[in-house]
Design a protein around this ligand. Structure first.
Ligand SMILES: *[C@@H]1O[C@H](CO)[C@@H](O)[C@H](O)[C@H]1NC(C)=O
Ligand SMILES: *[C@@H]1O[C@H](CO)[C@@H](O)[C@H](O)[C@H]1NC(C)=O
Ligand SMILES: *[C@@H]1O[C@H](CO)[C@@H](O)[C@H](O)[C@H]1NC(C)=O
Ligand SMILES: *[C@@H]1O[C@H](CO)[C@@H](O)[C@H](O)[C@H]1NC(C)=O
Length: 308
């Protein structure tokens, strides 16, 4: 029965290197999010190039998501809290006074041709700032223009596991919003994200994250994404389990468990600890851990599928 369910592997939430004055994202964190976007086929189909400068921490109701988490739509009905943790503590990309665009787009199920099928625009906010003296930075919406208010996912039944991408773009001086997306209050609708980014002259995609929501079981066999092979991340083998890494993996497990409800919770926790084991023991056990993770994601999918 799991054959029809998405088999996206969860990778443990990236561990953030602690600094007394500022927090930075490690190179492994950056490589992991890059790998997630490729394995989920979001790069290059939806986003041609993604060289993350920061980790985008996306939290719904106080729980931070892990990239690719399969979540219940009720858990993502209200807009998330977002913080930004740059890879470099003195990054020019993140400074008071700079502006950013934050958005959420539905890239549908894996295998959808993003050149032909428009993405649903679930959220679009221009001229967002960042606040805080040190990273992680919060987003500052004072003075921002909310073109499209956050609208939670509501995928049609049987259309597979939709990928919802939350992205933070640099918004430079030459940014020019298209006339039909330049004022507040444009309802949720569809667009081509690539066209919007190029036509409005948005800058680089600085950071992004994604999660999935599925409504019922897919009526056709959706193409599955392949799991992230953490052995290919250059820093993975040298990463040893630190206190902070263990803590963020635990919070990832509880976020996923709460999304799945009590029935799926224990399987999800098992997956998260498999991921923790994998991260701490290096590349050797990755294949086994990924298998366990994929099985657990299937359970979560079944629970969510049954609930809707
Ligand atoms: C912590 O951040 C400060 C300011 O960016 C930097 O000068 C310092 O080297 C960092 N310390 C460590 C241990 O990374
Ligand atoms: C989508 O269009 C781009 C050019 O805009 C092209 O490079 C790419 O190959 C196309 N992707 C597919 C799947 O056709
Ligand atoms: C948020 O941005 C506004 C407008 O730029 C600024 O006045 C305010 O100080 C910022 N708030 C924080 C907490 O940085
Ligand atoms: C805005 O106009 C462009 C054509 O200039 C069109 O392709 C796009 O679909 C329109 N977007 C919305 C949200 O109406």
């Amino acid at each position: 029965m799991f054959a029809l369910l998405p088999t996206l592997a969860l990778l443990a939430i990236p561990a953030l290197a602690q600094n007394s004055s500022s927090t930075t994202a490690s190179q492994t964190d950056i490589e992991a999010i890059e790998a997630h976007f490729k394995q989920a086929e979001l790069v290059p189909q939806l986003i041609e190039e993604f060289d993350p400068e920061a980790i985008l921490t996306v939290s719904f109701g106080g729980s931070a998501i892990s990239p690719g988490d399969l979540l219940d739509k009720d858990a993502v009905a209200s807009s998330p809290e977002i913080t930004v943790t740059p890879e470099s503590a003195d990054s020019d990309d993140f400074q008071a006074g700079k502006l950013y665009t934050v958005l959420m787009a539905d890239a549908n199920a894996v295998g959808t041709d993003q050149n032909v099928t428009e993405q649903t625009r679930h959220w679009l906010v221009n001229s967002v700032g960042i606040s805080g003296d040190s990273a992680p930075y919060a987003l500052n919406y004072t003075g921002a223009t909310t073109i499209t208010d956050y609208a939670g996912p509501g995928p049609l039944e049987g259309t597979g596991s939709h990928r919802y991408v939350i992205a933070l773009y640099e918004q430079g001086d030459d940014f020019a919003a298209p006339s039909n997306l330049s004022t507040a209050g444009v309802a949720l609708g569809t667009w081509f994200l690539k066209s919007y980014v190029s036509e409005s002259k948005l800058g680089d995609l600085l950071a992004a994250n994604y999660f999935q929501v599925e409504n019922g079981q897919a009526t056709s066999t959706a193409e599955s994404t392949t799991p992230v092979d953490s052995a290919t991340l250059s820093q993975a083998a040298s990463t040893t389990g630190s206190g902070s890494a263990a803590a963020s993996q635990t919070s990832g497990a509880s976020a996923a468990a709460s999304a799945a409800g009590s029935a799926g919770g224990s399987a999800t926790s098992a997956a998260a600890s498999a991921a923790a084991t994998s991260a701490q023991s290096g590349a050797g056990k990755t294949g086994v851990a990924v298998g366990m993770i994929m099985g657990a994601v299937g359970v979560v999918g079944a629970v969510i599928g049954a609930a809707l």
